[in-house]
Design a protein around this ligand. Structure first.
Ligand code: SDX
Length: 431
């Protein structure tokens, strides 16, 4: 079959370059423009990378038009229903679901790497008790790099899988210590008789004076949220991890870069911003005022938890989380005024031409905060929850990039719009 290509013509010079087109397993084909600059002396220009494929990946596929999401070919709905976060983490990294022996070995390994160096605990005391948890998390994840820097060969596959076990295994300890520090509670070591998510809740919420039994409904709800947040193609934080990794940076430092990117309210910080928005709305009768503000171009207010660069349909994760939120509130006999406001806000927005024309739907962050709130997780700890889950995707994507034979440092170019060349003017001659 004739190979597919596109020809780009510079109509000012008539010069042309033929660019090969590659087809994937699913999704839009891509145009390989690596010869564009050499042949035409031009760069592509794509603010926000809306039409740019930065890499090839076999980990996650999402279809924004259809609202589809799958990891290694498994639909997110099936993973949410039947899998666990640690199993999904294994799948993202290894490409296949584990058999029983692999499953047990993987979970054992995560437990064995669940502790952090005792000296790392001193880092937390350097932060104010009310420091934003994402600032602390970025710092302590980068600090972990210092304990493994010299011994980690990023070109050795065995070191890469060891790094993955360390990253995923240690995130519960790193994050629970943030909550304990801000709450004035003693740090809690992992209890490896507990499974991953229950162990995390134990490290977060147990009291040294009491025995701790996690509510199994809460454990399952948190495990579901971690599954739904584990990976999501080349989002901003994952792209940051890849770019940092392309410079051969320490992988923990790459994850720390992912943490800082995820913090933004346009990205992972939206789950915290949604709750603050719902609290500010306060009552269903105020909803229309906020919807009108979101539509007002003179107001930089945006409806938090709505819209997505890729999904121009309902985020499949939001559908699952909304139902899980409803079920959890029922099972825990909780009523949530914020949930009622969220449901009414969704209804009003989805009937509004502004949102319909722009294909703005609830995204993963719209309902997730309501579940975290029902689990008594403080609002400023919501994005660290996202980071815990996404650490699996970040490290899986880093491993995939490091194993790519065509691996090279990422170095985009620019359209220069600055000053033309001019001569230096000594200070004495400046007005
Ligand atoms: C995540 O990339 C990923 O996969 C991310 C993520 C993951 O799992 O990693 O899915 C997680 O980050 C989810 C998104 C969380 N962020 C929010 O909920 C913040 C609110 N949403 C927006 O800021 C916005 O929708 C973004 C940032 C999510 C997407 O921004 P885009 O793709 O740059 O969209 P845009 O700015 O081009 O918007 C297109 C139009 C604009 O209006 P017009 O100029 O066409 O008139 O839609 C408007 C925007 O003003 N718009 C909104 C809106 N989102 C977009 N208007 C009001 N409220 C909003 N939320």
């Amino acid at each position: 079959m004739k190979s597919r290509s596109v020809v780009i013509t510079d109509n000012a010079t008539g010069k042309q370059v033929e660019c090969p087109v590659y087809e994937g397993a699913y999704g839009a084909p891509v145009i390989d423009i690596k010869n564009l600059y050499k042949e035409l002396g031009m760069f592509t220009f794509d603010l926000g990378y809306g039409s740019t494929a930065s890499c090839r990946s076999a980990i996650t596929y999402l279809d924004g038009e259809e609202g589809l999401l799958m990891h290694r070919g498994y639909p997110i709905e099936q993973l949410a229903e039947q899998s666990t976060f640690t199993e999904v983490a294994y799948l993202l990294i290894n490409g296949e679901l584990p058999n029983q022996q692999q499953h047990d070995e993987w979970n054992r390994a995560l437990k064995m790497h669940g502790m952090t160096h005792e000296h790392l605990s001193r880092f937390y005391t350097g932060y104010r008790y009310d420091a934003h948890p994402m600032s602390v998390l970025a710092g302590v994840v980068a600090a972990v790099a210092s304990y493994y820097h010299d011994e980690t060969d990023i070109y050795n596959p065995a070191d890469r899988i060891l790094t993955a076990r360390r990253v995923i295994g240690k995130m519960p300890s790193l994050i629970s210590k943030i909550y304990r520090h801000q709450s004035g509670l003693p740090f809690v070591y992992p209890d490896n008789s507990r499974d991953y998510v229950e162990n995390f809740m134990y490290m977060m919420f147990s009291w040294p004076t009491e025995s701790y039994l996690a509510n199994p409904v809460a454990v399952r709800a948190l495990d579901l949220l971690f599954i739904l947040h584990a990976d999501h193609e080349q989002n901003a934080s994952t792209s940051t991890v890849r770019l940092a990794g392309s410079a051969e940076t320490n992988p923990f430092a790459c994850v720390a870069a992912g943490v800082t990117t995820l913090w933004g309210k346009s990205h992972g910080g939206a789950n915290e911003a949604v709750i603050k928005m719902l609290e500010e709305i306060g009552h269903p009768t105020n909803i229309q005022k906020f919807v009108d503000r979101a539509k007002d171009k003179n107001d930089n207010f945006r409806l938090m938890g709505f819209g997505h660069r890729v999904y121009k349909n309902y985020d499949p994760r939001a559908k699952i989380i909304r139902q899980a939120c409803h079920d959890l509130l029922d099972e825990m006999h909780l009523n949530s005024e914020l949930f009622d406001i969220a449901m009414e806000l969704e209804r009003i927005a989805l009937e509004d031409p502004y949102f319909i024309e722009r294909k703005l739907y609830p995204n993963v962050d719209f309902y997730s905060g309501l579940i975290y709130q029902a689990l008594n997780i403080p609002t400023d700890m919501f994005t660290p929850m996202f980071a815990l889950a996404r650490s699996a995707g970040w490290i899986a994507q880093w491993m995939e990039m490091m194993a790519d034979p065509d691996f090279r440092i990422g170095r985009p170019r620019q359209l220069y719009i600055g000053a033309k060349q001019r001569d230096y003017v000594p200070l004495a001659q400046r007005t």
